[in-house]
Design a protein around this ligand. Structure first.
Ligand SMILES: [Zn+2]
Ligand SMILES: [Zn+2]
Length: 214
């Protein structure tokens, strides 16, 4: 299969550079099975292929619709993409600036995950707490930090964890899990009256003196 090189993706009808267009999850009725996440499409409204298709569809079938020139990136096969209006499908044009942004994001996330693994191996609880509480950070990275804290966190980590409130419910739930995990490892719990850390076996809280019913 001949892969179409990006710089060669040009419309033969108007000479305009083709746009990457993200394929919808459904297929059009012509049974075209697009095994590609994007197609190259000419989105030039002045393109002769596009303009003539409207004329042709109207004159032949009385239909208000047209076709845009498209190219399959893997096979290099040209085809027509039916569209109901000038504006149809333009929302799915893959913006190259956005694409670059996404790439940079992906890179940054990869780096953040790598740093997280390093902290985990080094058992650096403070660094993990910092990652978890960084509101600007990636959600997936913060979630993983909470998980790691449950695995390697000590009783000193309980207080900052229990006091932290995260607006993201998934992360908040993971923090709760982490706290419980740390307690379990240390045979401790939070006193329901004064919130101090006490032994699970305690019958009376050594901090507030309240009797604990099991
Ligand atoms: Zn064109
Ligand atoms: Zn107490």
């Amino acid at each position: 299969m001949a892969q179409v090189m990006e710089e060669k993706a040009v419309c033969p009808h108007c000479g305009q550079k083709l746009n990457k267009w993200s394929t919808p999850t459904f297929n059009f009725s012509d049974g075209l099975g697009w095994c590609s996440s994007f197609l190259y499409v000419c989105f030039n409204d002045e393109c002769t292929f596009f303009k003539n298709s409207w004329k042709h569809m109207y004159e032949s079938y009385g239909q208000e619709m047209g076709y845009r020139y498209m190219l399959h990136p893997d096979s290099g096969e040209a085809a027509s993409l039916p569209c109901g209006s000038k504006y149809a499908m333009k929302g799915d044009i893959i913006d190259e600036i956005q694409e670059a942004q996404e790439k940079a994001d992906l890179e940054a996330r990869k780096k953040a995950f790598q740093a997280l693994t390093d902290y985990f191996i080094a058992k650096d609880v403070d660094a993990l707490l910092k990652v978890l509480m960084d509101e600007e950070g990636f959600g997936s990275v913060r979630l993983k930090a909470a998980e790691h804290l449950g695995e390697i966190g000590d009783l000193k980590a309980v207080e900052p964890l229990a006091n932290y409130r995260c607006v993201n419910e998934v992360i908040q739930a993971k923090i709760g899990e982490a706290v419980q995990k740390i307690h379990k490892k240390n045979f401790t719990m939070e006193c329901p009256y004064c919130a101090e850390v006490i032994k699970v076996r305690a019958k009376i809280c050594k901090h507030c003196g309240k009797e604990l019913t099991a």
